[in-house]
Design a protein around this ligand. Structure first.
Ligand code: BG6
Length: 482
């Protein structure tokens, strides 16, 4: 296969893969760790069991050896807040010791750590004390945790992300502890995004003071919105989706301004979301070093008249195509499927070109370097005779990486790419029935089995891509990785 853009990637390109603490570590109550909102949530969920997940806490040395064999240049992981501050306030040294060991072993293997400070798992104690991110009190508690991370790990870690997907967590309140009784969901959403924006700004400022050499940025999930048709109402609906879901939070975090269309939409409904000028100025005084974004799929938006019924989006729990519930936000947009794109079993549409569009849109608007911090295909993998022939994943990743490279050729600075996920982890919405990793973990939702690790076909493929500094993307035949 030949391709117009075959020039090598920059020598310092961060070829990476990612995980998050509550999805991979297990050991949910070991060595003083406190209960997180994820631990609390999983007790009423058939598959969401954080007690063991992929047992990375006990097997991290074996896992880092696999990262080394894969050739990873960088590993993105999150710090479990509840290992460091089990109740949000009291320091727990054994939790710090765990991450010291993980970081040291990564560095011994020439793997650059990228730390996510918050990936959906704050202490349940803070949720019970003051409803977590709904309260301004969260800012100081998050700052204390971040300061401990900077002081403990900042001598060896140069790259940090603040809050993972602050835009998506407000869309799915149950992901982070839910909306307190008696509070309107829209009121909750804007309060949480305000508190997160202030926390993000103060943490970045603190990082600059303590670690002037480090780079730090926020993270969002971006599903590029396409109009369902070229009818102007649908084009407007797609613009609404982009502005509400992605540009409102990013404008705030990167430009220190509130998107006027969003402000006016809520003003018309009697909700004044304008921030006090001093808060806006404080948020705007901090410019991140990069924008991290997670990309899995694109979206379709169509006109949604004011009189329509509101519908919150809902995941497809069974993995049968057609089971996804599309959102409908009257006066803004309604979601729909895209007839031009294939999809996985959970209805996530597969759109490599959308990644290029996302890179172009984000860079054009914010003029900040980008990091793609999650991208991957959720699938049911089959272990047969010790092998996993995940050619569908190779196909997905290869096409996305080519489109990312094209965006780079078009002038977008992309600092790194982190596939989701390094190894199989507990999927946030679908447990172990849906896997993403390069490394298979031998367990099922309700059966821990051996927890042994197996390298998938995609492992060898990515190894070759990294080793060739990306040029194998344009030459490899998938069949050779079977
Ligand atoms: C991202 C999250 O939004 O999506 C990850 O940051 C998550 O935590 C990933 O695992 C994939 O989603 P899911 O629901 O398939 O696990």
């Amino acid at each position: 296969m030949s391709h117009p853009v075959q020039a090598a990637f920059p020598a310092d390109f961060l070829w990476g893969a990612a995980t998050a603490a509550y999805q991979v570590e297990g050991a949910f109550d070991r060595d003083g760790k406190g209960v997180s909102v994820q631990d609390a949530k999983n007790h009423c969920n058939a598959f969401h069991d954080t007690s063991v997940t992929s047992d990375h806490y006990h097997r991290f040395r074996e896992d880092v050896a696999l990262m080394k064999e894969l050739g990873l240049k960088s590993y993105r992981f999150s710090i479990a807040w509840t290992r460091i501050y089990p109740d949000g306030v009291t320091l727990n040294q054994p939790g710090i010791a765990f991450y010291h060991q993980l970081i040291d072993v990564l560095l011994e293997n020439d793997i650059t750590p990228l730390i996510t400070l918050y990936h959906f798992d704050h202490p349940q104690a803070l949720q019970e004390r003051y409803s977590g991110w709904y309260s301004d009190r969260m800012i100081d508690d998050f700052l204390r945790f971040a300061e401990t991370c900077f002081r403990s790990f900042g001598d060896r870690v140069r790259h940090f992300m603040t809050i993972c997907e602050s835009n998506n967590v407000v869309l799915y309140p149950d992901l982070i502890g839910g909306v307190p009784q008696g509070v309107e969901v829209e009121t909750w959403r804007f309060q949480v995004s305000r508190v997160m924006a202030l926390a993000n700004a103060r943490v970045i400022k603190l990082c600059r003071q303590l670690l002037p050499q480090a780079s730090i940025g926020p993270c969002i999930g971006y599903a590029v919105a396409y109009p369902a048709t070229c009818a102007p109402e649908d084009v407007l609906a797609a613009l609404n989706e982009d502005e509400f879901r992605t540009f409102y939070p990013l404008d705030l975090l990167c430009l220190g301004r509130q998107n006027p269309a969003v402000v006016s939409f809520f003003a018309r409904r009697g909700l004044d979301i304008r921030l006090p000028p001093d808060e806006l100025a404080e948020i705007g005084s901090v410019k991140p070093d990069f924008i991290a974004f997670n990309y899995y799929q694109s979206d379709v938006a169509k006109h949604c008249p004011e009189e329509s019924r509101q519908q919150q989006p809902d995941f497809n729990p069974d993995g049968q195509q057609g089971g996804f519930t599309y959102p409908a936000f009257p006066g803004l947009y309604a979601g729909d499927s895209n007839p031009y794109l294939p999809r996985n079993d959970w209805d996530w549409e597969i759109d490599p070109v959308g990644l290029r569009i996302a890179c172009r849109r984000l860079y054009d608007r914010y003029q900040l370097p980008l990091m793609i911090t999650e991208n991957g295909l959720g699938a049911r993998d089959t272990l047969a005779d010790g092998e996993i022939a995940d050619l569908y994943r190779i196909d997905y990743l290869q096409k996305h990486l080519v489109q990312m490279r094209l965006a780079m050729a078009e002038g977008v600075p992309v600092l790194g790419y982190y596939a989701w996920s390094f190894m199989d982890v507990m999927s946030t919405s679908n447990g172990y029935g849906k896997r993403y990793g390069f490394v298979y973990v031998d367990r099922e939702d309700k059966d821990l089995k051996t927890l042994k690790r197996f390298k998938k076909a995609s492992f060898y493929w990515y190894q070759n891509v990294i080793e060739s500094q990306g040029s194998a993307l344009f030459t490899t035949e998938q069949e050779s990785f079977r």
